[in-house]
Ligand binder design. Structure first.
Ligand SMILES: *[C@@H]1O[C@H](CO)[C@@H](O)[C@H](O)[C@H]1NC(C)=O
Ligand SMILES: *[C@@H]1O[C@H](CO)[C@@H](O)[C@H](O)[C@H]1NC(C)=O
Ligand SMILES: *[C@@H]1O[C@H](CO)[C@@H](O)[C@H](O)[C@H]1NC(C)=O
Length: 173
């Protein structure tokens, strides 16, 4: 059903197929890339990395880290009321919880808590580009604990590298 409506949309939209594709996403993966524009093939985004949830110290908040090939699975996200939601295991065992992103602030990691959150400040620009308060630029990859590359908003540490965050359907690798 979704596929056939996508096909008819693609036929009508013709050349704008690339822009139309991500708009159809209700659940998506998040990838980092140095490329602003969306791409037809996630694998071909510049400097693309898959992301995964990460709990460095059995702390309440999960973070998002970059993960290379060889992962088991990648988290799915949905976005509502400016807040990202995903499911993940709680810190003390195998029970799955819905984790919700907290309001994103400058200089802090993107964080997820297993509790209800107030309306957030995230949105998908043009259906694929994750923004904070409407700003497209500001995501940074910074070295976190245990030499892990962690996603933050406007990180200022010397090792932080700017990136874009894209919502995609397919894993890049
Ligand atoms: C996407 O690109 C990768 C790398 O260039 C290629 O191996 C893969 O077949 C492509 N996938 C599709 C669906 O075109
Ligand atoms: C993510 O969502 C897709 C499509 O709904 C589903 O096939 C897949 O099993 C989900 N993956 C996880 C880890 O929940
Ligand atoms: C996360 O937010 C959703 C939507 O507000 C809510 O239904 C869910 O209970 C929250 N997760 C937890 C563990 O409270």
């Amino acid at each position: 059903m979704r596929f056939s409506s996508f096909v008819s949309m693609a036929v009508v939209a013709g050349a704008s197929i690339c822009a139309a594709l991500p708009t159809d996403l209700t659940t998506f993966l998040l990838v980092t890339t140095s490329q602003l524009d969306t791409g037809r093939n996630t694998s071909e985004l510049k400097a693309v990395y898959a992301t995964s949830l990460y709990d460095p110290f059995h702390q309440p908040a999960l973070l998002l880290r970059l993960i290379g090939p060889g992962y088991g699975s990648l988290p799915n996200f949905t976005l509502a009321s400016g807040t990202l939601s995903t499911t993940a295991q709680g810190p003390f065992g195998s029970t799955m919880y819905v984790y919700n992103s907290t309001v994103v602030t400058a200089g802090q990691e993107l964080q997820f808590l297993a509790s209800a959150q107030p309306a957030g400040n995230l949105a998908l620009d043009e259906g694929y580009l994750l923004t904070v308060d409407g700003e497209r630029e500001g995501w940074t990859i910074c070295e976190g604990a245990l030499e892990t590359d962690v996603l933050s908003w406007k990180g200022t540490a010397e090792d932080c590298v700017k990136t874009y965050l894209h919502a995609v359907r397919e894993a890049p690798y």
